[in-house]
Design a protein around this ligand. Structure first.
Ligand code: SR1
Ligand code: MG
Length: 389
């Protein structure tokens, strides 16, 4: 079968052909993709449902002028099955993958809500940080040189070479928001704040350093795009989706993105509704560090994990990376190509501009920070807030 973008009709035909529904079954199908890159079909018959996700050969958010490799669909499917070895309860089950069609058929999670949407609506997900801390610690530890034999790790690394999607991150997260590039997008009222960033040489030096970490440090298999829009949640369950950006990279990258997105949600909320976000930020790191430590002590493959004093140094480096990557993510989601609904959705224009200025100050403070502990998110949030707020 040659590649063709699916329609609702051909998606149904495919679901029947692979035997998920009988040929006679009455099924409904709707295209529900609201992301930047792919088609997503929800197909149902009675109680039974599946998701069919198909990569398009270009970035949907920009159009056909931005070609993208279809191989990312296979990367995503392989990442989900790799993660499922360590945290099956935290990812959707993959039922079928076809590399040529760039199609993955997976578990229907329509009883859950995308956590960004839920958090914007004020939903509470009490287990979100416990689950994401666990997800990150387990998937990253077991695919790193601490938890996987070096030869196996090198082989796995070779199956997650993802140049097109990495280039998106290299450009849109680390390069473009720090200079006058045409991909950037922001309100004219922010021009002065933006130019202040662009002329901040110390900040650009940090951005260069963090981009270089992303380019060169193949520490573990990252999700690669772990924002709150890549996580389904209910009060009791969490599922991480969308790892099409997966590749080997710095261990701190994923949690940097996750914590940044929690912080942006906090910025968008009234002051008296923010505490739950700071709880999640702090608990994510706590759970990550505890789980990573347990795995270091019980599931290590590297002889030097027995070396006294090494684990605290490793955790210190991961933490410093989380903070810096969070700074980059906040800045790029505020003035770069791909924004977040948390900030863009603020109805009052003045409040939205104030929130975005706060985000830029917070992003800058985190990217410049050194030698901090997890209370830095809370402290810098307060320090970068407008006094009159
Ligand atoms: C062109 S893709 C823009 C952004 O959407 C994805 O979710 C990633 O975050 C990417 O940077
Ligand atoms: Mg995505």
């Amino acid at each position: 079968m040659a590649y063709q973008p699916l329609t609702e009709e051909t998606a149904i035909a495919l679901a029947k052909e692979i035997g998920y529904f009988s040929q006679e079954a009455a099924v409904t199908c709707s295209e529900i993709g609201d992301g930047n890159l792919n088609l997503v079909f929800h197909i149902r018959s009675g109680e039974k449902g599946i998701i069919i996700k198909q990569a398009l050969p270009y970035a949907k958010v920009v159009g056909e002028s931005w070609p993208l490799s279809l191989r990312r669909a296979t990367i995503e499917s392989n990442a989900l099955t790799t993660f499922a070895k360590y945290v099956p309860e935290l990812v959707p089950e993959v039922y079928y993958h076809n590399e040529e069609l760039a199609v993955t058929v997976m578990e229907d999670l329509s009883h859950m809500t995308i956590s960004r949407k839920g958090l914007i609506e004020g939903e509470d997900y009490p287990l979100l940080s416990q689950h994401i801390g666990t997800f990150s610690a387990k998937t990253l530890f077991y695919t790193s040189d601490f938890g996987l034999e070096a030869q196996e790790k090198r082989k796995l690394d070779g199956t997650f070479v993802n140049p097109d999607l990495c280039k998106i991150t290299e450009d849109l997260v680390f390069t473009d928001p720090f200079g006058n590039y045409e991909t950037n997008s922001y309100e004219p009222e922010l021009q002065e704040a933006v130019e202040e960033l662009w002329s901040d040489e110390a900040l650009k030096l940090r951005a260069a350093q963090f981009k270089y970490k992303f380019l060169t440090r193949k520490e573990a298999l990252m999700h690669g795009d772990l924002h709150t829009g890549s996580i389904f949640a209910t009060p009791t369950e969490t599922k991480v989706i969308d790892p099409e950006f997966a590749t080997f990279g710095p261990i701190g990258f994923d949690l940097g993105h996750f914590l940044a997105n929690l912080a942006m949600n906090a910025i968008a909320r009234p002051a008296d509704k923010r505490e739950i976000l700071f709880y999640h930020i702090e608990n994510t790191w706590k759970v990550f560090a505890e789980t990573f430590t347990t795995l270091w002590e019980t599931a290590e493959t590297e002889a030097y994990t027995k070396q006294t004093g090494w684990l605290p140094l490793v955790l210190e480096d991961i933490f410093a990376d989380i903070v810096g990557f969070a700074g980059c993510e906040i800045i790029r989601r505020t003035i770069g190509l791909a924004h977040v609904a948390d900030l863009d959705g603020i109805a009052d224009t003045e409040a939205k501009l104030a929130a975005k200025r706060h985000a830029l100050r917070l992003g800058r403070a985190l990217l410049l920070a050194r030698g901090a502990d997890i209370s830095i998110f809370r402290k810098e949030f307060a320090a970068t807030q407008e006094r009159k707020e």
